[in-house]
Design a protein around this ligand. Structure first.
Ligand code: ACO
Length: 323
């Protein structure tokens, strides 16, 4: 048994921050940002009305409409986020209450940028184990709240967004979920942000709860490990990479995607991208991109996809799914 993608939805905040806007905030240029990252603009949430939970609710409603289901059919909600607006309850519970999914069990997961892939993996395994039939899987992030807006090395990279997917059990098939997830906690220090809640002094808050990233290290890690895990996935599950229609990668940097394309010898036209307009939206990036492809008529039923993501932890992974 496997979960099939029944619906997709996304939400992007209305405020757009362009590279030209950033030129006025830090010493940078549109040319540098586009050349090094492929990003031209990103969406930034309103802290009052576009919280992680509000964006998750909007993306979920869109996914439910796309799936054409009753919210009462949903029996599992999992939200991936590292930037929840509430410490508790979980964002999944806030979504459940707002959309009226009264029959759903709910929890959140935190796995940085690969959060959606991790949540998708968990939902698929819940479906296979018979613990649920209709799962709502969400990635929602407001990284803008955690960025150091004076650090040109990081603040240019990220945007806010939410994406949601309805997965429904296909009981007619003996097909099974194919996924590999990995982690290397020894390298945690190259991408980190400490909780503001545990620091006592104002000085500590400023110093340690800012978004910290060793960009080059993360770049090298992603360009090396993402192709490796995709090849491992193909080998483990006898997937022919040539049969894959699209490789839907975490949108962190256009150059990382180009490096993966080169290492796998798979042409760039099989790697859809929206990073130019969204920046890196962390756990939201894959479901937002899938929704945009579907809305543009560029995602056809039956297409074979590999989803792959990477980020803080360090964590990374890849999964195979037919749309
Ligand atoms: N504008 C202009 N110059 C800049 C900027 C900027 N915004 N940022 C850095 N520079 C400068 C640096 O100061 C440096 O100057 P120097 O040579 O005088 O010292 C120079 O540009 C080169 O800096 P690098 O950091 O080496 O630049 P690089 O080519 O590596 O690009 C980048 C930096 C874009 C951050 C890249 O390393 C990258 O994309 N890394 C991966 C990031 C990523 O994918 N993160 C995922 C996060 S996922 C999660 O879990 C949250």
């Amino acid at each position: 048994m496997i979960g099939r993608i029944k619906g997709l939805g996304s939400y992007l905040p209305s405020k757009i921050l362009t590279n030209q806007d950033l030129e006025k905030m830090v010493e940078t240029s549109d040319e540098w940002i586009v050349e090094r990252t492929g990003i031209r603009e990103r969406h930034i949430s309103d802290p009052n009305t576009e919280t992680v939970s509000e964006m998750a609710i909007k993306a979920s409603r869109a996914a439910i409409e796309d799936a054409g289901i009753d919210p009462l059919e949903i029996d599992f909600i999992v939200v991936a986020s590292t930037t929840n607006n509430m410490v508790f309850p979980t964002t999944a519970c806030l979504v459940q209450g707002a959309i009226g999914a009264d029959n759903a069990q709910c929890f959140d997961m935190s796995s940085a940028c690969p959060g959606f892939l991790t949540a998708f993996n968990v939902a698929q395994n819940f479906i296979t184990a018979g613990q649920c039939k209709t799962a709502l899987v969400i990635g929602s992030e407001c990284l803008s709240n955690y960025l150091d807006w004076t650090d040109r090395g990081t603040c240019i990279l990220f945007g806010d967004a939410a994406g949601a997917m309805i997965l429904q059990a296909d009981e007619e098939t003996d097909d099974f979920h194919k996924c590999i997830m990995k982690a290397d906690g020894k390298r945690y220090g190259c991408l980190k942000c400490e909780s503001k809640m545990q620091r006592i002094s104002e000085e500590d808050i400023k110093e340690k709860s800012r978004f910290y990233m060793e960009g080059r290290e993360v770049f090298k890690f992603a360009a090396t490990e993402v192709p490796k895990v995709i090849l491992e996935l193909c080998e483990k599950y006898s997937i022919d990479l040539n049969d894959i229609d699209k490789l839907v990668l975490h949108q962190a940097n256009k150059r990382i995607i180009e490096a993966v394309s080169k290492r796998l010898s798979v042409p760039m036209d099989k790697f859809p991208m929206n990073i130019e307009r969204t920046g890196n939206t962390s756990a939201a990036s894959i479901p937002v991109l899938l929704t945009e492809l579907k809305d543009a008529g560029e995602l056809k039923r039956g297409e074979k996809l590999i989803l792959s993501s990477f980020g803080a932890g360090l964590t990374w992974g890849a999964a195979y799914i037919e749309y």
